[in-house]
Design a protein around this ligand. Sequence first.
Ligand SMILES: Nc1ncnc2c1ncn2[C@@H]1O[C@H](COP(=O)(O)OP(=O)(O)OP(=O)(O)O)[C@@H](O)[C@H]1O
Ligand SMILES: O=P(O)(O)O[C@@H]1O[C@H]([C@H](O)CO)[C@@H](O)[C@H](O)[C@@H]1O
Length: 165
Amino acid sequence: MKAVNAIEKKIFTLPQLRSQLASWRVTNKTIAFTNGCFDILHEGHIFSLSQAAKEADYLVVGINSDSSTKRLKGPERPVNHEHSRALLLASLAIVDAVVVFEEDTPLELIRAVLPDVLVKGGDYTIETIVGSKEVIANGGRVVINPIVEGFSTTGIIQQIKSSFS
Ligand SMILES: Nc1ncnc2c1ncn2[C@@H]1O[C@H](COP(=O)(O)OP(=O)(O)OP(=O)(O)O)[C@@H](O)[C@H]1O
Ligand SMILES: O=P(O)(O)O[C@@H]1O[C@H]([C@H](O)CO)[C@@H](O)[C@H](O)[C@@H]1O
């Protein structure tokens, strides 16, 4: 039980995250932020998260709520509920905080976090990354990581469906 509690402690509400960020920033620590649905965790996610973690002292991951994911990815998604998705991400040593957002985009969350580094995968461009303008205007930077070919949640789902059809 102790192990799960330690993981659960990395899952924050936004008010809790604001307080944690303030503590981290007292000692001038830098914050990286990335976001996504992270529905079925795969190697591409781990690459993206590990690259993001290298960019700053702490890595904050915003994940879409179940309803937000459903609006974004379709009625059959997510496969894994938001708390499960948050737990898996929080269990990674490279992730320091996980926060769930309900909106269609993480813009309000990014405005609250104002990370030093905003990170997304190469399926996005600087123009399509929500929050990029706000982060850069605040003196931060945006990092786009390469895509690890052959890995996607959609692909995993399709592979499972075809294996059992
Ligand atoms: N193959 C990959 N290589 C590197 N980064 C990835 C890869 N797949 C997703 N990412 C990144 O992981 C984050 C979460 O993406 P997401 O949850 O949409 O994964 P996904 O596998 O693309 O899901 P889906 O297939 O449902 O769209 C995003 O920043 C995205 O850029
Ligand atoms: O898991 P995804 O589809 O990579 O995550 C989405 O990313 C969008 C991106 O940040 C837009 O620039 C975001 O708007 C959306 O809410 C998902 O998090």
